[in-house]
Write a protein that binds this ligand. Structure first.
Ligand code: G
Ligand code: G
Ligand code: MN
Ligand code: NA
Length: 262
């Protein structure tokens, strides 16, 4: 249909833009970074979310240049935030999380492109986190993991996105060069009541304890209420993201949030 024909030229026409959703430290409520979420401002259909075009971009191969563009824009944004937040060194730099498609993982240019972007922008590798879904890494062999390992050795964080939705082989976590688990939104939804269902609490408690014993930080997604945030904080989760704090929005919104708390 129409999206398929318009997609290949959308990048050169400058129709993509990025919204940022804050990542908040559950212990003190401070903004520690943001996840970059791409959108397409389609000339006829208006703003389209990634669910409408990422699968198509993966299918057509546009995901590689599009993903590189998202990475570069996001890292540039992170540098700008760093400058704006100069006085708040104690909290470290605002970190930027960027999603990677499985196709980008198998693309041979991933490591070099990332190195080039970090060098061009002067952003430290540890200010960058690449999010890969659990399902993309299920059954991953060493060839697939090698680029992620190289990036992790450089200091880039790798997060396992939507964790808990796939067929998680928990023992498999040890082989993955991952330093952050992003607990899927469904776990957060199960924290709707206070106190939450005891079985759900046990499950999250178990995941957090396993993660921490493997030196992984835990980020929770989809936090919509203060009660959820409080429950997840008590369970030991480290960082949270969700509408309770902020919807994805333009970069200026993050300037305000991060500068206010700096
Ligand atoms: O918040 P939103 O509806 O925009 O996100 C929907 C999904 O799209 C998320 O699961 C996210 O992983 C994915 N997504 C958002 N931006 C990107 C991107 O730049 N690249 C890839 N591969 N996926 C993205
Ligand atoms: O990468 P990932 O698929 O996890 O992207 C996050 C998705 O979740 C985006 O589509 C984003 O807009 C959406 N999202 C972010 N915060 C919330 C929230 O608090 N509630 C719900 N329902 N969706 C959220
Ligand atoms: Mn994500
Ligand atoms: Na996710």
């Amino acid at each position: 249909h129409g999206l398929t024909t318009a997609l290949p030229t959308a990048l050169e026409r400058g129709e993509f833009f990025i919204e940022y959703q804050p990542l908040v430290h559950l212990g003190d409520g401070s903004v520690r970074g943001a996840e970059a979420l791409v959108r397409w401002l389609h000339p006829q259909h208006g703003v389209l979310g990634p669910d409408r075009f990422i699968p198509l971009a993966e299918h057509t191969g546009l995901i590689v240049p599009l993903g590189r563009w998202v990475l570069e824009q996001s890292v540039r944004q992170a540098r700008e935030w760093r400058e704006l937040r100069g006085g708040a060194e104690a909290m470290g730099p605002l970190r930027i999380n960027v999603n990677l498609s499985p196709c980008q993982l198998t693309h041979p240019g991933l490591v070099q492109d990332t190195v080039d972007i970090l060098e061009r922008t002067g952003v430290e590798p540890d200010a960058l986190c690449l999010e890969v879904t659990e399902s993309a890494l299920i059954g991953a062999d060493d060839d697939l993991l090698k680029p992620l390992r190289r990036l992790a050795e450089m200091g880039v964080d790798i997060a396992l996105d939507d964790f808990g939705t796939g067929y998680s082989n928990l023992a498999n976590l040890r082989r993955l060069p991952v330093s952050i688990l992003k607990l899927d939104r469904s776990f957060t939804q199960s924290m709707q009541q206070f106190p939450a269902d005891p079985v759900d609490l046990k499950i999250v408690e178990g995941i957090v304890s396993l993660a921490h014993s493997l030196d992984l930080a835990v980020t929770v997604e989809g936090v919509e209420t203060g009660a959820q945030a409080e429950q997840l904080r008590i369970l030991g989760c480290d960082t949270a993201q969700g509408w309770y704090y902020a919807r994805p929005g333009p970069p200026e919104r993050l300037h305000e949030l991060a500068l206010v708390d700096a």
